[in-house]
Design a protein around this ligand. Structure first.
Ligand code: ATP
Ligand code: MG
Length: 282
């Protein structure tokens, strides 16, 4: 079982959008996948049409008396389960700080699920608190969306410093999120990040298909599989597989892209690639 955390100090940058779509892509590719919504806002839970409530709240869930499996719900999708959010996760740092080893809590809770899931995706609330310490201690990879703006790049460095302090050596994979390559500033940030081995080649463009997820409660990779953002999430998952040395499981795979080419005869769309389509701006 591999644990991928989608985290970062900054809010509203596309963490939940990535967690929701990557969970769908992973499960369709054959991985038994658990999406754990650690954010009291419950946006990932909402996207999978579930109620953001956990019996007993954060205190009982993190208390560990009952296994996580008793809180997990199935979704409408094969191989994809959900551990929903709860509003009490607002005080998760306080709950954790009352424990003897706060940083070990999430890892210990996930351990018994090792045989049930191939991939666990943690959708984290913004911030770098005690819960993030517990998340990085439990993770094999931290994914961090970077909106192409100077302050977002700064927050990537903050997360890197946090990892260096709490879990040195833990791989971090950043990706550009909500990229609009018509904007000069965006192209400048792309140029700045090009060649940084921590940054994924796949960049998620700004897309109304992603925005609609909150309304339609269907992941964009499913609702609009040929949309550029959907293409980017599938490529990003391939990069995650690569970083984690995951072998695509044998067994039934669901092709999210449908027929080989759009029925109107047009070519398949190409999502932007960091190193190819985005030349640095002088
Ligand atoms: N690629 C995209 N194109 C357009 N809108 C996007 C894209 N990704 C995310 N959004 C929108 O931006 C907003 C924030 O996205 P999201 O909730 O995924 O961010 P977040 O980092 O999880 O936020 P928070 O820190 O509050 O948890 C949402 O309204 C979402 O629909
Ligand atoms: Mg979120």
């Amino acid at each position: 079982m591999r644990v991928v955390a989608v985290a970062g100090a900054k809010g509203g940058v596309g963490k939940t959008a990535a967690a929701v779509n990557l969970a769908m892509v992973a499960s369709a590719a054959g991985y038994r996948t658990l999406l754990w919504d650690l954010d009291p806002q419950g946006a990932a839970t909402h996207c999978y049409r579930a109620r953001a409530r956990v019996k007993g709240g954060a205190t009982r869930l993190l208390g560990g008396k009952r296994g996580l499996d008793s809180y997990i719900r199935s979704t409408d999708h094969v191989r994809l389960d959900l551990l929903p959010a709860d509003p009490s996760f607002r005080v998760v740092d306080t709950v954790l700080s009352s424990r003897r080893w706060p940083d070990r809590v999430i890892r210990k809770l996930l351990r018994p699920l090792d045989r049930s899931y191939d991939v666990v995706i943690l959708d984290c609330a913004p911030g770098l608190g005690i819960v993030t310490e517990s998340v990085v201690a439990a993770s094999d990879l931290v994914l961090v969306p970077v909106v192409p703006a100077p302050l977002s790049v700064r927050s990537l460095e903050q997360l890197q410093a946090f990892i260096d302090e709490h879990r040195p050596g833990l791989p971090l994979l950043a990706f550009l999120s909500m990229l609009d390559d018509r904007k000069v500033l965006h192209r400048q940030v792309v140029g700045q990040l090009q060649g940084d081995p921590r940054v994924a080649l796949s960049a998620v463009p700004v897309s109304s298909a992603v925005e609609r997820m909150g309304l339609e409660q269907v992941p964009a990779v499913l609702a609009s599989p040929l949309n550029l953002a959907a293409v980017a999430y599938r490529r990003l998952w391939a990069e995650v597989e690569d970083r984690l040395d995951l072998d695509a499981p044998s067994g039934s795979v669901i092709d999210l892209t449908g027929p080989a080419a759009p029925s109107d005869g047009s070519a398949r769309p190409e999502a932007p690639l960091l190193s190819v389509d985005q030349p640095p701006v002088a």
